[in-house]
Ligand binder design. Structure first.
Ligand SMILES: Nc1nc2c(c(=O)[nH]1)N[C@H]1C(S)=C(S)[C@@H](COP(=O)(O)OP(=O)(O)OC[C@H]3O[C@@H](n4cnc5c(=O)[nH]c(N)nc54)[C@H](O)[C@@H]3O)O[C@H]1N2
Ligand SMILES: Nc1nc2c(c(=O)[nH]1)N[C@H]1C(S)=C(S)[C@@H](COP(=O)(O)OP(=O)(O)OC[C@H]3O[C@@H](n4cnc5c(=O)[nH]c(N)nc54)[C@H](O)[C@@H]3O)O[C@H]1N2
Ligand code: SF4
Ligand SMILES: [Mo]
Length: 701
């Protein structure tokens, strides 16, 4: 039987036609009637079928025995023992002794997302971590200060823009982030096809260069300086839309004064883009009627993530490319979680600090870069147990060797994951979630990023007799056992009460949302409900105290002296590391699925011919890559795809240590990039890890 579903592996939200035969899926194709994706899918969609069939995917909870091997255990025994041990640790050492790490996949499923919030509240620990400190935090922080809410995040109106400037994003591989594209390639290449311009700024000529009209190399970390020099030019040449800017924003004059210190000639050498090009980019941006500057992960993970993210918003506003068709716009939220976010998480930062290094909390979480030291350093508040929900910090956070050691030393580790990955191999229990086809999905968060206002719901399409439970069931049961009354009856009642709560919450959000929709209405519209192109939302989305956009927030401008030093320094690391993503991979997982894993090695180290020649290295050589924190061996590919002084390696590999539990991934050659990234390298405002621009040395192995 054919069923309609929306892929939840990335932010593109592609519609799928899934052929279901009993407990099995026989084929997955693109849904040409899907209102957002119009039939487009990428190879990862097939992975959803292989994931279901993967013999290494856990189908029942397992416990690690004294011999290090995992053996099946009943849910009741597992949950009972976990709860007893967590209660004991909390009683003896306090709540903060139990840490929670919430991984990336939870944002791709409403039941998991609510599970994460629920578990966070139930455990009540200040030692709470998630990948945002390796990912979106700088952007959320900037939006919180510029627009007054961390969830007021504009996206490029890709369908109507004539000029898109992309800094540090590679939608051709990633599917787009903070930008839900659906039909990724067609939407992006349509800009060029209708005569528009796509300007790509990236230290690597990435796959997205094929969809762009031009590409400029930039030294990693240089984007803030580039944007300031562009803003300098805009003010100097009278290209700022002053009347409009002053009507909707405050801080125009502050921004002018700040930018005055960054003439293009001052920053050119530091960033590797000449002054004339910078000026031309500023003029062309100002001249384009429908334009947008857009920046993502490459910039967030740079040395100046918050500053750059703020400047992206600011430059769109002062060139009148904000909240207008074809520019940076806020999507409609048919099910608006922002009020819940404001109520339960709040636009906070620095309410508490990490115990050892004093890094600030942001949106209820501490930077992951602090996790290992919080586990290793004795004292009150030391982490003694870890609950890891849908994450793999041992491969996704900086200095993986240290975090690996730290997690291995904990009293109790519980991993809620379908795989025994590099983190879960240290777990005392691994609790497997259900496949998304069994739980259904509503993209609570990601539909807020779609470049067209489309709403979709995917009800469950399959039921297996696996002994798995979905993340919500696991989280609510765990919470009940750790903090609830110790009664079987109460737990049963609680379970009955909460089972459908995620759907009830989504339904209420839809009903009270601006479009007065409901889950029932969405069930009747499997291809989605089209609410049209993006519309101006400034009045709803700008939530600052005075209702004005803040163009020069001091929480961020305070970091400018550091940028000045960076620009003017005369000694730079000769070689720095950046990351990259591949269409057939997803962070540290999906590597165990045969059709995605097959083909050439995708995890080689890219290096410019000049840098290779200087070191006497050639393509195919095995090289030793080292940084302050560690060393790995990689296979070299010499290519002018990267600029001189920059080498590129994807993250999420290094599966050798789990070759017994991830038998396909374990055979892949790729090394672990985070064995090189440095947990001490964080930007100072909110402690985001600097994963791009890490100084490295490369020699023949
Ligand atoms: N060097 C470097 N490091 C990076 C990055 C980089 O660019 N460079 N990128 C960073 C970014 S942007 C991110 S988001 C992080 C990701 O970092 P993490 O979230 O820590 O790790 P993932 O690799 O996404 O692993 C997710 C795990 O969740 C499991 N999983 C999948 N679906 C489900 C589900 O529905 N329920 C449950 N319970 N488990 C599930 C998978 O099996 C997998 O083991 O990595 C970060 N790390
Ligand atoms: N296939 C696939 N899709 C994914 C993922 C995946 O792992 N695989 N991960 C998902 C996740 S968790 C996320 S967060 C998104 C991320 O999606 P995107 O934000 O599109 O991120 P990337 O594809 O990593 O592209 C980042 C680009 O920034 C460049 N870069 C590095 N440093 C700098 C710098 O200092 N300045 C500039 N201007 N550029 C720089 C890199 O060379 C790279 O091309 O992708 C999601 N989609
Ligand atoms: S682009 Fe993203 S949403 Fe679309 S099929 Fe691929 S992984 Fe799924
Ligand atoms: Mo991410």
């Amino acid at each position: 039987m054919e069923r309609i579903f929306t892929c939840n592996l990335c932010e593109a939200l592609c519609g799928l036609r899934v052929e279901v035969d009993g407990e099995r899926v026989t084929s997955i194709r693109g849904n040409d009637q899907d209102l957002l994706s119009r039939g487009h899918i990428c190879p990862k969609a097939i992975g959803l079928r292989e994931l279901l069939d993967d013999p290494d995917r856990l189908r029942a909870p397992v416990r690690r025995g004294s011999d290090g091997r995992f053996a099946r255990v009943s849910w009741d025994d597992a949950m009972g023992d976990i709860a007893t041990r967590l209660r004991a640790i909390r009683a003896k050492h306090g709540r903060d002794a139990v840490a929670l790490y919430v991984g990336n996949p939870v944002v791709h499923n409403h039941r998991s997302a609510l599970a994460a919030q629920f578990l966070t509240a139930a455990l009540g620990s200040t030692q709470r971590f998630d990948p945002n400190s390796q990912d979106s935090n700088p952007r959320l922080f900037a939006c919180m200060h510029v627009y007054g809410d961390a969830l007021s995040i504009p996206v490029p109106d890709v369908d109507r823009t004539d000029f898109l400037m992309i800094l540090g994003a590679n939608p051709a591989a990633s599917g787009g982030s903070h930008m839900g594209l659906g039909d990724v390639r067609a939407r992006m290449s349509a800009i060029r096809e209708r005569g528009g311009r796509v300007v790509l700024i990236d230290p690597r000529r990435s796959e997205t260069a094929d969809w762009s009209t031009e590409h400029h190399f930039i030294r990693p970390g240089g984007d803030a300086a580039l944007l300031l020099a562009m803003i300098h030019t805009l003010f100097a040449e009278g290209l700022v839309h002053e009347a409009r800017a002053r009507h909707i924003a405050v801080g125009v004059d502050d921004l002018r004064v700040i930018a005055a210190s960054y003439p293009p000639a001052r920053v050119a050498a530091a960033i590797g883009i000449d002054a004339e090009t910078i000026k031309a980019l500023a003029r062309d941006l100002a001249a384009a009627r429908r334009a947008c500057v857009y920046a993502r992960v490459g910039v967030c993970q740079s040395e100046f993530g918050p500053v750059t993210s703020w400047l992206v918003e600011a430059i769109n506003v002062i060139t009148d490319h904000f909240d207008r068709a074809g520019c940076a716009m806020f999507p409609l939220a048919a099910a608006d979680i922002a009020p819940l976010g404001r109520r339960f998480i709040g636009n906070h930062w620095g309410r508490w600090r990490s115990r050892v290094r004093g890094l600030p909390e942001f949106l209820g979480a501490l930077p992951s870069a602090a996790m290992a030291e919080e586990m290793e350093t004795p004292g009150k508040g030391q982490i003694r147990a870890l609950v890891c929900l849908a994450g793999n910090p041992v491969r996704s956070t900086p200095n993986s060797e240290r975090i690996d050691r730290a997690i291995a030393g904990l009293e109790l580790v519980v991993s809620i994951d379908q795989y025994v990955n590099e983190t879960a191999r240290h777990a005392h229990y691994v609790l497997p979630p259900r496949h998304v086809f069994e739980t259904g999905n509503f993209d609570v968060l990601l539909q807020r990023f779609a470049v067209r206002n489309v709403v979709k719901y995917s009800p469950p399409i399959l039921r297996t007799d696996d002994d798995t439970r979905d993340d919500w069931e696991i989280a609510t049961d765990l919470a009940a056992r750790v903090v609830g009354p110790d009664s079987r009856l109460a737990r049963r009642a609680w379970r009955a009460m909460t089972r459908d709560l995620p759907e009830r919450i989504v339904d209420v959000l839809l009903r009270t949302g601006s479009q007065r929709l409901s889950l029932a209405k969405l069930r009747d519209a499997p291809h989605g409900i089209d609410l049209g192109p993006l519309t101006p939302q400034r009045r709803e989305r700008v939530r600052t105290a005075d209702g004005m956009v803040q163009l020069a927030p001091t929480a961020i401008t305070s970091d400018l002296p550091r940028l000045e030093k960076w620009i003017d320094q005369d000694q730079r690391a000769p070689l720095v590391l950046i990351g990259r993503r591949n269409l057939r991979s997803n962070n540290s997982w999906l590597h165990n699925l045969p059709t995605l894993a097959k083909g050439p090695d995708r995890a080689h180290l890219l290096m410019h011919p000049d840098d290779a020649a200087r070191r006497g290295l050639v393509t195919g050589a095995r090289v030793r890559v080292s940084s302050r924190v560690g060393a790995i061996t990689a296979v070299l590919e010499v290519s002018d795809e990267v600029m001189p002084g920059v080498a590129s390696l994807p993250h999420g590999f290094g599966h050798g240590v789990v070759r017994e539990t991830l038998r396909v991934a374990g055979q892949l050659a790729g090394p672990d990039a985070n064995a090189l990234t440095d947990e001490l390298l964080v930007e100072p405002i909110i402690g985001t890890s600097v994963l791009n621009g890490v100084p490295i040395e490369v020699t023949g192995a």
